[in-house]
Design a protein around this ligand. Structure first.
Ligand code: PMV
Length: 326
């Protein structure tokens, strides 16, 4: 029986999260933690989707030509069921056991939902005999992101599909950036606080509407941060990148997406000599990133681990979604 295994990387947003939702540019990079999805042929319905990490599954039946998720943790798997629904519309659908196994912490701002959706599409789409194009992967993973939160900018699904480091805006799509990390290292730490991206995004949009002129100025400053960061990233100017990370964090604080746990980790990192630090992703929990030199990265990570359930020194700019085994 056929078995297709695919994977996609997690991501961090280096500059510009939230601002990107209203059309600003932002910069994202893939990281060395991956979501793996295997699809195995199965003779009869139901199709089973299971998550190894969560220890949960959902069973999906084909009933008079329509897909119905009848039993299991249906809500958790809603984004994947949406992808199945889109595939069914094309006329190709067959039962399978689809297993999701991810190294990326869930709801931590590290792109676990986008990575699982992209790997899911590549793995099950290939099993069904689809040609797996970039467009197909981008479209399906965007569809899944829309289920997770109503107004995704598209940056998460784009970076996990494309890999590397990208400059992204809603209007212009993405462009690759070649980053010279010099002897810089990115440290990621998870606050352990879980939140829903959609809720945080909506709060920011509401606050924007209440203070439009002030927020316009903040959004312009955020755009400037991204613009200035590009040559610094290309040339490996760690001091400048670090300073701009701190400024970006100040802007994120001002739009209400930081919190005590995030600020605590940022201060730990900066006190230990990080060149810059900021939250990454939606905020109000999730993860932070800190920039350090090779020499002090290990020490900063250890100090962060005293205050965070998970921290790692990120491999950065890795390959996007790929088929592992066919
Ligand atoms: O879901 P997260 O935590 O990776 O955040 C996504 C980034 C946002 O800019 C907050 C939302 C978006 O769709 O761009």
């Amino acid at each position: 029986m056929n078995n297709v295994r695919a994977s996609a990387p997690g991501k961090i947003i280096l500059f510009g999260e939230h601002f990107v939702v209203r059309g600003n540019h932002a910069i994202a990079g893939s990281i060395g933690l991956r979501a793996y999805v295997s699809s195995r042929e199965k003779r009869d319905w139901p199709l089973i989707i299971e998550s190894r990490n969560l220890g949960m599954q959902a069973r999906v039946y084909l009933d008079k030509g329509k897909l119905k998720a009848k039993t299991g943790h249906i809500e958790v798997f809603r984004p994947f069921i949406q992808i199945l629904e889109r595939l069914r519309e094309t006329g190709k659908i067959q039962p399978a056991i689809i297993t999701i196994d991810s190294e990326i912490p869930v709801s931590a701002g590290l792109g676990s939902s986008a990575a699982s959706a992209a790997a899911f599409t590549a793995s099950y789409g290939r099993l069904l005999g689809f040609t797996i194009t970039r467009e197909f992967l981008l479209e399906m993973s965007y569809e899944a992101e829309r289920v997770v939160h109503g107004k995704p900018s598209g940056i998460d699904n784009t970076i996990v599909v494309e890999g590397g480091v990208i400059l992204y805006s809603r209007e212009e799509g993405y462009q690759r950036i070649s980053v010279d990390m010099n002897n810089g290292r990115l440290i990621i730490a998870d606050t352990g606080v879980r939140r829903r991206t959609g809720d945080v995004v909506l709060d920011v949009l509401e606050l924007y509407d209440r203070h439009e002129r002030v927020f316009d100025a903040i959004y312009r400053a955020a755009e400037e941060v991204v613009r200035e960061s590009i040559p610094a990233l290309e040339r490996g100017e760690l001091d400048v990148i670090g300073e701009l990370m701190n400024v970006n964090q100040g802007l994120l604080y001002s739009i209400g997406v930081s919190n005590e746990r995030i600020e605590k980790l940022l201060h730990v990192a900066r006190n230990e000599g990080a060149l810059g630090a900021k939250l990454t992703g939606a905020g109000r929990g999730g993860s932070i990133i800190a920039l350090a030199t090779d020499e002090n990265a290990g020490r900063i990570k250890s100090r962060l681990l005293e205050n965070a359930p998970w921290s790692g020194i990120g491999e950065f700019g890795v390959e996007g979604v790929k088929i592992e085994e066919d």
